[in-house]
Design a protein around this ligand. Structure first.
Ligand code: ZN
Length: 243
């Protein structure tokens, strides 16, 4: 089986479509695993929900998904995120809200635990420091764990009492072997590692091989939609910088 792994689509239809097109051109995929935050920030929440539901696959909930359906306090978000969530809530129909509300916080699929933030705090924790990574290796029982939330792609390995983060080389198939790993595919709809291109991974289950890919997409088109819909300028601008 070939799996398209992605995270943090954030209502960015152009980025999501570019990934689907690119993944198709690289041999296709059988299903999608989404690591949360389908909505929030971007201009096309309903369209992104509709599109992902056309594919076989599995999704977990992210903090923006739950906030958009009233399951989390908006006070926990910064003013830009909060404004985008309020706008998102106003756009979603009943069926789309029910879909987001019913997403699980954690899934175990094959050798992976799948969460949005971290295995010990699936909603809020940003797994970005060696300390937090090392602690989190004790919070899942599968061989590997997939996380999103920080919008930064990495592979993380445990090392003695701590953990080491590695860059995820592009377009190079990596054999995962039998190591314990925490992997982040990076963000689809709002990359934050200084590279504005969108991110995804392909996992081939037969040989346990994973590859990381980045694609350009029509950023000005997404930005124009955001501006037309009155979403905060700060969120519009940051798409071009990937920060
Ligand atoms: Zn996110």
């Amino acid at each position: 089986m070939r799996v398209l792994i992605l995270s943090d689509i954030h209502s960015n239809l152009e980025a999501f479509q570019s990934i689907l097109y690119d993944a198709d051109s690289k041999g296709g995929f059988d299903e999608i695993w989404s690591l949360g935050d389908l909505v929030g920030y971007g201009p096309d929440p309903s369209e992104c929900i509709k599109l992902i539901r056309q594919y076989k696959g599995k999704s977990v909930a992210g903090n923006h998904d739950l906030a958009a359906v009233g399951e989390l306090e908006l006070e926990a978000f910064n003013p830009y995120a909060k404004a985008a969530i309020e706008w998102t809530t106003s756009r979603l129909n009943k069926d789309e809200k029910a879909f987001l509300k019913n997403l699980p916080l954690t899934l175990e699929v094959e050798d992976f635990t799948v969460v949005h933030g971290s295995p010990r705090d699936p909603i809020w924790e940003y797994l970005v420091t060696p300390q937090s990574a090392a602690a989190n290796f004790n919070h899942f029982s599968t061989l590997r764990c997939l996380v999103g939330h920080s919008h930064i792609p990495f592979i993380c390995r445990p090392k003695h009492e701590t953990a080491v983060f590695h860059d995820f080389p592009l377009d190079e198939p990596l054999n995962l072997g039998s190591e314990r790993l925490i992997i982040n595919p990076g963000g689809v709809g709002q990359p934050r590692d200084g590279d504005p291109r969108t991110n995804y991974m392909i996992y081939q289950s037969k040989d346990a091989i994973i590859s990381h890919h980045r694609v350009e997409y029509d950023i000005p088109k997404t930005q124009k939609k955001m501006a037309d819909r009155g979403l905060p300028k700060y969120l519009v601008d940051r798409l071009a910088h990937g920060r």
